[in-house]
Design a protein around this ligand. Structure first.
Ligand code: C5P
Length: 226
């Protein structure tokens, strides 16, 4: 009896020492004081992962773009707006984390110049925006990975396995959760998803359609094996 209590408290202790850094939600890239570029990310999977990880006893930091969701209790929560802000916060928490899970829909492009005043539609015919690349946060963290576990996500319209394997290699990941973008099925929000998990050694596992809550549990279950 005594021994199993000791084993249980040791497991809880070890888990608590594991720090999971999770990003979620969309970033917003401002055009002027009232307009921005963004994407359809809702943050559901990232927030669910944070909630489940906390339940398992991990220390959790959730860095999120603006969503409609409430941060799970007990999780350190950092709200950001742009990709650059998310990058700055990830860099801040990365050194103390054991695992980074990047579910965020980070915008790939941002306007070259953010106008200080609202752009007046009356003064323009068509508006042409010049965009530049945002930092690829996961790629940058992959370069300074050390002994950490890195998990990324990919939405692809074609050549799912080939593109996903390439992404995993390029970003130096341990696990990539790949999803095909299908015509009449949104992957955003509280939906069922069917994904392929691709491991560092190139092996992959097809996960039958499941809720995001189930997927979060599957992903967290993988962490100890990576
Ligand atoms: O290259 P792609 O955008 O498909 O990669 C998706 C993965 O990379 C996701 O895990 C996403 O959070 C992350 N990402 C990032 N910084 C970007 C774009 C994507 O960290 N600028």
């Amino acid at each position: 009896m005594k021994q199993s209590v000791y084993r249980l408290s040791r497991t809880i202790y070890l888990k608590r020492r594991l720090h999971l850094l999770i990003t979620a939600g969309p970033t917003r890239e401002p055009i002027d004081p009232v307009r921005f570029i963004s994407n359809y990310s809702t943050g559901v999977l990232g927030y669910t992962l944070a909630k489940e990880a906390k339940k398992k006893g991990y220390k959790v930091t959730l860095i999120s773009g603006i969503t409609d969701l409430n941060p799970p209790p007990g999780v350190k929560f950092v709200l950001v707006n742009t990709a650059s802000e998310m990058y700055k916060e990830v860099k801040k928490f990365f050194p103390s984390c054991n695992c980074l899970i990047m579910t965020a829909g980070v915008c790939d492009f941002q306007p070259v110049k953010v106008k200080r005043e609202k752009i007046k539609k009356e003064s323009l015919g068509n508006l042409v925006l010049r965009l530049k690349r945002t930092p690829d946060i996961l790629y940058e963290m992959g370069k300074r990975k050390g002994r950490r576990t890195l998990i990324g996500f990919a939405l692809e319209t074609d050549n799912l396995l080939k593109n996903a394997k390439e992404k995993l290699r390029k970003k130096n990941l341990d696990l990539l959760v790949a999803q095909r973008l299908e015509k009449n099925k949104t992957p955003f929000g509280n939906t069922e998803v069917s994904v392929i998990l691709i491991h560092k050694d190139g092996s992959f596992q097809k996960i039958p359609p499941c809720s995001k809550s189930r997927l979060a549990k599957i992903i967290l279950g993988k962490i100890k094996f990576l």
